[in-house]
Design a protein around this ligand. Sequence first.
Ligand code: 13P
Length: 334
Amino acid sequence: MSIEQLESIAQAMVAPGKGIIAIDESNNTIKKRFDAVGVENTEEHRRAYREMLLTTPGLNEHISGAILFDETIRQSTKAGVPFTKVMMDNGILPGIKVDKGPFPLAGFPGEVVTEGLDGLRDRLNEYARLGAKFAKWRAVITIGEDMPSSTCIDANCHALARYAALCQEAGLVPMVEPEVLMDGDHDIDVCYDVTEATLRSLFASLYEHNVMLEGTILKASMVLSGKDCPEQANIDEVAEATIRCLKTTVPAALPGIVFLSGGQSDEQATAHLNAMNQMGPHPWPLSFSYGRAMQQAALKLWAKDMTGNFAAAQKTVAQRAKENGLAALGQWSK
Ligand code: 13P
């Protein structure tokens, strides 16, 4: 695969007014989501739920790609059509989560490092054969007392860079995701400093590992007040701080930046993205790669009556896609 091909996939992921739906919850994470709405975590329920999401009528109007989990990329609709075929027929790029999740970082209590590099080359080649066009790896940075350490930031960014180089070798666009968690009572300035340090380390590592930025997408967390901080920054303050932080750390050669929602409400996630785009133009398209902020309304409805509410749940997915698509253009209003 040439750099031009990687570049055109990356550009399609952030096409104007389009973003990504993240449905790559591991079986442990989807269990938490299902438990909250009283759905038993069976393989068939996971398949049926993802079928509902992926067959949403009109999904491709505002969604360019979907990130799948290992189990999901091998699954099919009830009628037997592989999910990847349903997606490609609809112009939705299949993506795949390839990390193995965060594990405690030895020597640094409370901090984690994402694992999954061993055997990654073979797994990426298999995912490419299964139809994946891009991949995702999530690193988790926790803010707390004396945290994060620079060791934790650098270990995670080193792994992200090794993953990204392997993706490009396999012909997949790497989505690099260093998530600075919103848990904690820190203020927005602390989040700014940690996000800045993380992105500096990330782009230094990508450079050292010969990763082609033109064929890479950044999945970023927004610069926010900690969830338990008594003083919450407003929408414009978050948008302004996030843009300022990205501009000082992210090279303009990058084809695009998408955001995770990270526990924000649906409306907050949309409003923040919209405000950032209203402050444009920026060096890169800014769009979304939301998991919870795309799915939570649909999951609640579907859980109440999987068959009876199938179409109604899909309507909420289409609605969330439309609102976030408008926010990616700075054209959303409440
Ligand atoms: P949230 O939008 O729910 O944070 O999920 C996005 C994601 O893919 C995290 O890795």
